[in-house]
Design a protein around this ligand. Structure first.
Ligand SMILES: NC(=O)C1=CN([C@@H]2O[C@H](COP(=O)(O)OP(=O)(O)OC[C@H]3O[C@@H](n4cnc5c(N)ncnc54)[C@H](O)[C@@H]3O)[C@@H](O)[C@H]2O)[C@@H](O)CC1
Ligand SMILES: [K+]
Length: 499
């Protein structure tokens, strides 16, 4: 998996790579520029005139190299330099020197903005070298570019965005950020969505072993990582191999949640799916999901204090969807935690009950995966000012209670008891729809039931869920509903080449 390291470590990483490979830093910059251009030519046709803004550090060096390479590929390019080129970094200067004379170059301070035009703005002003908020001429430039009607593309980082912290002040509002080798952590924060735009990661050839010495252990979960996590089944496999799981939840008016989680478990491949619901749920489930078996609790409208009998029948449990927060249900959850030693996902009202009965937290452990969204997590662990703080709190929580946490959102964070923090790459905004979380619970429960470890189940569940959302979103766009995501689960296996 691709490791994410702090922006301040990038120089050290590059230096180790360059030394080891016996190449120059200029060559590495050229590789980065080529990777950017390979992506660019697929997106933007040469009819568009380009304005490339370059600082005088290595981000500006990238900008210069990209200007040359795109000009060679037939684009009309103009270069604008922010800062004093005489004080530029070594590789900025080298790339400045080899810039073809046909490319016009101007200092930003000399630009007459009246009648200035460009269809595409490429931001190579500052990258991971940023060490303070933008001010003065830098701030003026970025504000101007943000208001300009052009397509905006950032090289490595949008200028002004710190690589690992929350933005203070202003930054370039990119529609696309093409980041080299790994996503800088701040590009994954929800607060920065309008600055990062669509995130593209381009490999520049630095292999994973160069990352290993760096802390913290943060990773980016990508499509290529998923197939090897999957178990293979053959034609002699029987439904027992695919696991027997139970989804526990539902309450009066919220039976859909447990129904969707159960269908998602079936679509993810579970051999047998049972539900445990209040009495009022039996008709709903039996008539809308005939593949699932149903057991009922004594009460009509909520789950009473007694968990289902004989829990050892199940390979995994998923608890919480639509469950409500009745005090009797809290007792049932406590009993479950006492009695069931197999793997378990706890979601939604299950998490809310943990938050309102904190003594239960000490019963968590390696076999348990919690799947809170941001607000549910804050109910568990206290309010957080922003995602940076939340990431730290998630890591602390997991260290303390030794369970897995999946903090849901764009780039869901999977924090594991082995100390790793893993950000997901799949998914899109169409996943933000009622019931999508229930679908995720069903999927992870299914993987646990199929014998995947909690870490493998969390990775596969989150990745496939995001991918199903992407596939559903392609067809249904803003009209995507959770059932559409369920319907696309089988196709995610096809897309990943898994049988
Ligand atoms: N060999 C390498 O080091 C590679 C670097 N790459 C590029 O190099 C970039 C990092 O380059 P640098 O380390 O030179 O840093 P940057 O080019 O990001 O920044 C240059 C300098 O700007 C100054 N600065 C910081 N904050 C400022 C502010 N708010 N206002 C004005 N000036 C400010 C700092 O002195 C900083 O060193 C990466 O983001 C990436 O684009 C890529 O070419 C890949 C290879
Ligand atoms: K930039």
């Amino acid at each position: 998996m691709q490791q994410i390291i702090p922006g301040k470590s990038v120089k050290e990483l590059d230096a180790a790579f360059i030394k080891d490979k016996g190449i120059t830093s200029y060559k590495l910059m050229e590789q980065a520029a080529l990777a950017f251009c390979d992506w660019f030519v697929e997106q933007i046709s040469p009819e568009n005139d380009l304005a490339v803004f370059c600082g005088t550090g290595n981000n500006g060096g990238d900008g210069m190299a990209i200007s040359r390479l795109l000009w060679e590929r037939g684009y009309s390019v103009k270069v604008f330099i922010m800062g004093d080129p005489a004080n530029g970094s070594k590789d900025f200067k080298l790339n400045h020197e080899v810039l073809p004379e046909a490319i016009p170059v101007q200092l930003v301070e000399n630009v007459n903005w009246e009648n200035w035009k460009a269809k595409v703005i490429i931001d190579g002003v500052l990258g991971v070298g940023i060490n303070r908020p933008l001010e003065g001429a830098y701030l003026d430039l970025i504000k101007r570019l943000n208001n300009f009607p052009a397509k905006r593309i950032a090289i490595d980082m949008p200028t002004g965005l710190p690589s690992d912290e929350i933005l203070e002040g202003e930054a370039f509002k990119a529609m696309f950020t093409v980041s080299f080798q790994f996503p800088k952590m701040a590009l994954l924060f929800p607060e920065h969505a309008s600055y990062t735009g669509e995130l593209v990661i381009k490999d520049i050839g630095i292999s994973p072993d160069y990352f290993e010495t760096f802390e913290p252990k943060m990773y980016y979960l990508e499509k290529k990582d998923i197939p090897e996590l999957h178990k293979s089944f053959d034609r002699f496999s029987h439904k027992g191999n695919f696991g027997k799981v139970m989804l526990i939840g539902g309450s009066y008016g919220k039976m859909g949640a447990v129904r969707m989680a159960s269908e998602a478990a079936l679509r993810t491949g579970s051999g047998l799916v049972s539900c445990f619901v209040p009495r009022c749920g039996i008709q709903v489930l039996q008539s809308s999901l005939p593949e699932a078996m149903v057991e009922v609790s004594e009460q009509d409208h909520y789950l009473d204090e007694y968990p289902p009998d004989n829990l050892t029948r199940y390979d995994a449990l998923g608890v919480g969807p639509g469950m409500g927060q009745h005090s009797k249900t809290a007792i049932m959850l406590e009993e479950l935690l006492k009695l069931y030693k197999g793997p378990m996902v706890i979601d939604a009202d299950g998490i809310n009950l943990l938050a309102s009965h904190p003594h239960l937290l000490n019963m968590l452990g390696h076999n348990i995966i919690l799947t809170p969204h941001l607000k549910e997590f804050e109910r568990l662990a206290g309010a957080c000012a922003h995602q940076r703080e939340r990431v730290d709190k998630v890591a602390e929580f997991v260290e303390k209670f030794q369970c897995t946490i999946i903090l849901k959102g764009a780039h869901s964070l999977i924090a594991c008891p082995d100390g790793t923090l893993n950000f997901n790459s799949s998914g899109n905004a169409y996943l933000a729809t009622g019931g999508a979380g229930d679908v995720l619970t069903g999927m992870i429960t299914s993987f646990l039931g199929q014998g995947y470890s909690p870490k493998e189940a969390a990775f596969c569940g989150v990745y496939h869920h995001g991918l199903a959302g992407e596939l559903a979103g392609k067809v249904n766009r803003r009209g995507t509903i959770a059932s559409d995501i369920i319907a696309k689960i089988p196709q995610t296996y096809l897309q990943l080449g898994i049988h």
